[in-house]
Design a protein around this ligand. Sequence first.
Ligand code: ADP
Ligand code: ASP
Ligand code: MG
Length: 447
Amino acid sequence: MIVMKFGGTSVQDANAMRNVLSIAQEYSGHKILIVSSACSGITSELLSIASDSVYLNDEDRIHRIQEIIKRHIDICNELGLEQGTVKQIEEIGSHLLSYCEGIALLGECTDRSQDAIASCGELFSTIILTGLLGSHLNLQWFDARTSMKTHDLHPGSQVNMEQTSLLSNQLLKPLFEQCDIVVTQGFIGSDDDNRTTTLGRGGSDYSAAIFGAVLEAEEIIIWTDVSGIASADPRVIPHARYLECMSFDEARMLSFFGAKVLHPETILPALQKDIPVHVRNTFKASDRGTTITRMGDETAYGMRSVIVRKPVSFVQVRATQVSNEHSMSELMKELEQLSGLKPMISVMIDASIGLIYDVSVSKIEEYVKHLEEDNNAEIGEYALISAIGPNFRNTNSKEAVKKFHEIIYGNDESPIMFSGIQKNTISALVDSVHAENILKEIHAQCT
Ligand code: ADP
Ligand code: ASP
Ligand code: MG
C-alpha cells in the first residue's frame, strides 16, 4: 500500500483536484490511502471565524460561514459533481453554523470548539475528492476520527499510537479488500470519548506518516506545491536546488528548524518502520522530487540546505537565588506554565539557561517579567539561521563548518552560536536585519 498526502494547495480548487485524480489514475494497480488537507486557507479562516464568533453579530458570522460553504460548492459545480456531494457539503456546513452559533450564545470559544470547527475543512475537501475520484475509480471515504486516536490534550493533541494502530488495522485496512483507494482526512482525530481533536497546524503530513506506519505502507508520498526538499525555501531563493535524496535525520532537523515543507513530527513514525518518504509536486508530477530514507545520500557532505526562522525570542535567565540544575528546570517549567509556550531549544549552563522560542518577543515578554523578581532575565528578538547536512562532525564537513562561522561573523559581530550541538545542524541566532544576506551567502555554499 502507498500512502499519499495532498496538502492545501494540492486541493485548493477544481484544477488542483483534477491533478489529484490524474495522479491517482497513474498509480492504478496499487492500493492507495489518500490523506488530504483542507483546501488552502480554509483552516486559518475556520479558526478565525471560531474565535471571532464570540463577538461577531449573527449576520456577519453567518455570512463568513456561508462564504466557506460556497467556496466548496463552487468547486463541486466546476467539477460537475453529483448533487449528493453538494448535499454532504451542506450538511457539514450546517454543523459549522451550529458550532459557531454555540460559541456566539455562550460567548466563549474553547479549544474543543476550535478543533470541531477546524475539522470541517478536511471533511469538506475529502468529500469533494471522493465525489471526483469516485466517478472514475473504485474507492471509499473514511472518517479518520474513527481510527486516529489522540490523548485529550487540546490543541495539537498527542497521538495514541497503540489505539490508532489497533483501530486502523481493524477498521481502515479491511476497506482495501473491497476497493483500491480510500480517501481520508489529515490533521483530525478523536479522543477516548470520540470528541474531535486535531494534530496541530500542518498536521496532515503527520497523519500520513502515522497511517503509513501503522498500516506498514511501502512508501509515503507527500504531494505538495514544490518539487521536493530544496537547498532553501524556493519561495525565498527561487534558484534553490532540489535534493534528490536525504536522510531521515536531515529531514527531521530541517523541519524542526523551521522548513515548512514537512511537519516536524512527520519523520519519526516513518523512521521507526523504515518507510521511505517522497516529497513531490502535485502540479509537476513528472518531477522526481526528494526521497527521504534512513541512509540518505551517502556521498553528500557539508551544508545541503539552509533555513531561516524569524522572529524567534531568546530568553536568558540567570538565577540569583538558586544555583542548582533542579531549580533551573523548575524555572523553565514555571515559564512554560505561565506562557503555555514550549521552547524550541533550551541550553542549561550552571545557574543560567538559554531558551529559544519560535514567537516574537511581544508574545512572551510579559511572562518573563514574572520571573524577574528573583532572577535576572534578558530577552531579545533574533533570526535563527540553521544549516542542515549529513554529518557536521565528519572531517569532510570541516570546511563547511568553518565557512558557516565566517559568514555569520562576517555579517553580525555578536551572534549567539549554537554550533556543534547537533550532528546534522549548525545554528546561530543573529540580528534579523542580517538574516537575508546570511541566508544568501550560506546558500551559495550549499553542496
Ligand atoms: P502543503 O500545503 O502541501 O502542506 P506547505 O505550505 O505546508 O505545503 O509546505 C510547502 C512549502 O514549504 C513550499 O511552498 C515552500 O515554500 C516551503 N519550504 C520551506 N523550506 C523549504 C525547503 N527547504 N524545500 C522546499 N520547500 C520549502
Ligand atoms: N489543514 C491543516 C492546516 O492548515 C493541516 C494541514 O494542512 O496539514 O494546518
Ligand atoms: Mg504542510
